[in-house]
Structures are given as C-alpha cells and as structure tokens.
Design a protein around this ligand. Structure first.
Ligand SMILES: Cc1cc2nc3c(=O)[nH]c(=O)nc-3n(C[C@H](O)[C@H](O)[C@H](O)COP(=O)(O)OP(=O)(O)OC[C@H]3O[C@@H](n4cnc5c(N)ncnc54)[C@H](O)[C@@H]3O)c2cc1C
Length: 467
C-alpha cells in the first residue's frame, strides 16, 4: 500500500523545505523529497550560504591586509585557504542539518531519493539503496529548482572550467580567473578570488554588468569593481575555451560580430545564469505544461494546469532567489490549505554581496521610463554619511524613486556597505505602500548607515539636511 500524504513536496531547497514546514504548521501531513542527500537545496549546499561564507572570510582577509593599516591597526595576515573552506563546510553542515531538524519538528517526513510524478496524486521515489517507494498525495508541490546554464561549446569539468559549484571549492588560488557573465554570481565569486590574489577578468555579452539592476547603480558598481582590480570586457562573447597544458586559451569576439582574440587564463568560471530544472520528473508524460523557457507554468496561486499539482521557486517564472522561493512556498501551502496566500512581486529585494554591496527593491529608473511613469528621484552619497566616514566605507549612494504625483515609493537602489541589510527597510516601506515622506519622517538612529536612506527620502523633496 502506498503511503498517504496531504502534500508531497519534491525538492528540499528554500522552496521545498519551507513548503513542508508551513504544511506542518497548518496541520497537513507532508513529505519532502530531495535526491541530493542533504536538505537545503542549491541555496544551502552550493549557493547562497557557501558563497556568503567565502565572501565574508575573503573580505576580512583583504581588509586586514589593505584597510586595517590605514586605520592604525597593524596586522600580519596569512591566507589559510583550507581553513577558509573548512569554515564554509562547517556552516553548510550546520544549516543543512538544521533543515532536517525543522522538517522533523514540523512532522514532515524527509525522504532522500529521486522523485518522479507517475500520475496525478502519485509520486514514485527511487531511494538511495535503489528500492522504490510510492507516495500518494492530494497535492504535489514541484520545487525542483534550477541548474547552471550551459555555455555552448564549453564543457564544464569543475576542475579548470568550473561552474559556481567548482568555484566554491577551488583547491588553490588561481593566478588568473576568467569569469563568463557579469551577473551577481560571477561578480560575487570573482570578488572572492580577486581578494585572495587572482587576477580577475569578466567577459559579459551585454553592454553592462548586472542586467536587471538600475543602470546608474550598475555603472557606479562597475567603476568600484574596476578600481578594486577587476577587468571587464563588455559587449563581448566567449566562443570557445581550449585546454592547453599550462593554461586555458579563451576565444572572445565582439557580441555584434567581429575579429576574435584570445585571452589566457588558468580557470574559467561559467556564470551566465541558471535554468529551471525539471529533468526526470516525468512532467511531459503526465502533461504538466511548461513555458518556452522550460519553466513550470502556473497561475498566480501556483497551480499548474493539472489539478493537485503546484510549482514554486526557481523552477517557475520570476527571479531566481531563495527568499522568493521561500515566500512562494508559504503562499502556495496556504492556498492548498484553503487560505489566501499571495506574493507581492513588486517588493522582492535583490542583493549582490560584494563589497560594497548592491541592493535593490522595486522598479528601476529604466523600467519607470519605459512604462512612462512620472517619478521623482532622491539621492544621497555615503561620503556625507557620518557612520560611513567612521568605518571608512564611503563608496556608493542611495537612490529613491517615488511617484511624481502621489510620492509613493516605487523603487529603492543602494550601492554601499551593508546595503543588503538596509534594503529591508525599503522593502517594508514598499509593502506598506509608504511615501518617500513616510521614510523621511521616520526617526533613524544616529550614527548609522541607514540615515543615508532617510536623507535620500528627504532629497526626493529636495530638503536633504546633510548635503
Ligand atoms: C552560487 C550561488 C549563489 C547564490 N546566492 C544567492 C543569494 O545570496 N541569495 C539568494 O536569494 N539566492 C541566491 N542563489 C539562488 C538560490 O540558491 C536559489 O534561488 C534557491 O536555491 C532556489 O530555491 P528552490 O527551492 O527553488 O530550488 P533549489 O534550492 O535549487 O532546490 C531544489 C532541490 O530539488 C532537488 N531535486 C530536483 N529534482 C529532484 C527530483 N526529481 N527528486 C528529488 N529531488 C529533486 C535538488 O536536488 C535540489 O536540492 C544563489 C545561487 C547560486 C548558484
């Protein structure tokens, strides 16, 4: 007899495990299946968490060498790459075990194995030992996430030509690293290895870095990264990588066509994006519809075209971000439980965890222009923020975009130290439908970096106090 569940979740990433937790909270009997062997998905195992561990430790290393002497602290530091990797591994282990604990606490059965939907309401799991187990459920949630987007003509070996997964586990610091793709993953991992001593070159097909972020912020960000030593080839494509004994020969061409040239490097990191992952689920056989980009098609309540089958996270449309997957998980399970779960896609923050950080929520200036929305802008630089001065982190600025007629905040964009934490205030303001005046009238502690957010809000009304 098959095991019976209210909800079976396929995938144990931020989408999947949070769905199982919410199901438990609402009294639904659930199972969460992941083939990886540890729970937490891409995010905890090979994504957000290991990358942030390396970003933190490599930043400390660089600061100790470059910044501390300028601030009156002399330190003699030495890189211990194995120690750095051990810290990363320890954090990943603690957090993935934490997910197993949370699943147990919420009475969700954690199953390690590869799942396939064989019919509506029926999931077959190939367990680690090769045995099969059949589960029956009134609801199946697909949360199978995403995978590295391949670069045509270039084979990833995770040794010399790596994806983000290999770049999180290099055994030595490469002398030269060539990053294909100037999105947040390439720039974050490029920053890690640059801080540890690599010469980093970034090749990007588009004419700008971090597409999707506000254009002005992107330009400033590129200037800062260039000053830090990263080299950029924009409007350029990589057409091939030849493995030589002592180096990799990377062929690049202008994106619009033209003469090719060759760059030599030691490691190539392919970071041109991620693609939805639904392989092996059997969706084509049972008739679950996908869109043109291979994402599971759902309505705004996360229902697929088949009764009782739902999808959330990276495998459906929208930003491929862990917190987006998590919010969809909660909303989807609430809908399954007959509640009214929903996600406000206008207030989902995005952060690049470099130094300085880049954080953004809501519309960019380019989007407002394209939509013909009349808006006001308020900007404030960290050079005029006292806390930024005290911590010697004055690069960057805050930009607030507000509706010209109603003053409602439409977008907030920050490049600066700790931008990732500061953006939470902006997301909350937007969730509450705040005006820039609401932010400007909110008392901000002094001296904090967040005072720059208040000053940018004041600047929308041209009454910044500190400029
Ligand atoms: C290097 C890197 C850094 C990142 N940094 C950030 C960041 O700082 N902030 C952020 O918000 N996002 C970040 N992301 C993106 C983030 O990891 C994803 O958006 C998030 O993990 C998506 O969650 P998910 O639950 O949809 O899918 P995933 O986390 O991908 O989980 C899906 C799981 O499903 C399992 N699975 C797939 N098919 C099956 C099957 N048939 N049977 C059983 N199990 C299956 C997989 O093994 C996987 O564990 C980063 C990604 C990378 C690669």
């Amino acid at each position: 007899m098959a095991d019976q569940f209210d909800v079976v979740v396929i995938g144990g990433g931020p989408g999947g495990y949070n769905a199982a937790i919410r199901a438990g909270q609402l009294g639904l009997k659930s199972a969460c299946i992941d083939k990886r062997g540890t729970f937490g998905g891409t995010c905890l195992n090979i994504g957000c968490i290991p990358s942030k561990a390396l970003l933190y430790t490599s930043e400390l290393y660089e600061e100790a060498r470059e910044k501390l002497p300028k601030l009156g602290v002399k330190a003699s530091v030495e890189l211990d790459l194995n120690g750095m990797m051990a810290h990363k591994t320890k954090v990943v282990g603690e957090l993935t075990r934490g997910v197993e604990f949370l699943l147990k606490k919420n009475k969700s059965e954690a199953i390690v194995g590869e799942a396939k939907i064989t019919a509506p309401g029926k999931v077959e799991v190939t367990l680690k030992d090769g045995n099969t187990r059949t589960l029956e459920a009134r609801n199946i949630v697909i949360a199978t996430g995403s995978d590295v987007a391949p670069l045509p003509g270039v084979t990833i070996d995770e040794e010399r030509i790596v994806s983000s997964t290999g770049a999180l586990a290099l055994k030595t610091v490469p002398k030269r690293l060539l990053v294909v793709g100037a999105g947040y993953i390439g720039l974050e991992l490029g920053s890690v290895w640059r801080r540890l001593g690599s010469e980093v070159t970034v090749v990007e097909f588009l004419d700008r870095i971090t597409p999707g972020l506000d254009g002005e912020i992107g330009k400033q960000f590129q200037r800062i990264l260039t000053k830090q030593g990263m080299k950029f080839h924009l409007s350029t494509k990589v057409t091939g990588v030849e493995k030589k004994r002592d180096a990799l020969a990377v062929t690049i061409e202008p994106a619009a066509g033209g003469a090719a040239q060759t760059l030599e490097t030691d490691i190539v990191l392919v970071a041109i994006g991620r693609v939805p992952f639904t392989n092996g689920l059997g969706l084509d056989k049972i008739g679950v519809a996908l869109d043109k980009r291979g994402r599971v098609l759902t309505d705004s309540a996360f229902r697929t075209n088949m009764d009782g089958i739902w999808a959330i996270g990276d495998c459906r449309e929208g930003a491929m971000l862990a917190h987006k997957a998590e919010d969809e998980a909660v909303a989807c399970i609430e809908n399954i439980a007959g509640r009214s779960g929903h996600v406000n896609y206008d207030a989902i923050p995005a952060v690049v965890y470099t130094h300085p950080e880049v954080a953004s929520v809501g519309k960019t200036e380019d989007e407002l222009k394209a939509a013909g929305v009349a808006y006001k802008t308020g900007k404030f630089p960290f050079t005029a923020n006292p806390r930024a001065k005290t911590i010697a982190a004055t690069e960057g600025f805050v930009k607030i975009l507000a509706d010209a007629a109603t003053d409602r905040v439409l977008g907030v964009h920050i490049v600066g130290a700790d931008a990732g934490n500061m953006i939470a205030e902006a997301a909350l303001a937007m969730e509450f439908g705040a005006s820039s005046e609401d932010i400007a009238r909110t008392c901000h502690a002094h001296p904090t970096l967040s005072e720059a957010v208040k000053e940018a809000a004041l600047a929308v009304d041209k009454r910044s106090l500190s400029m």
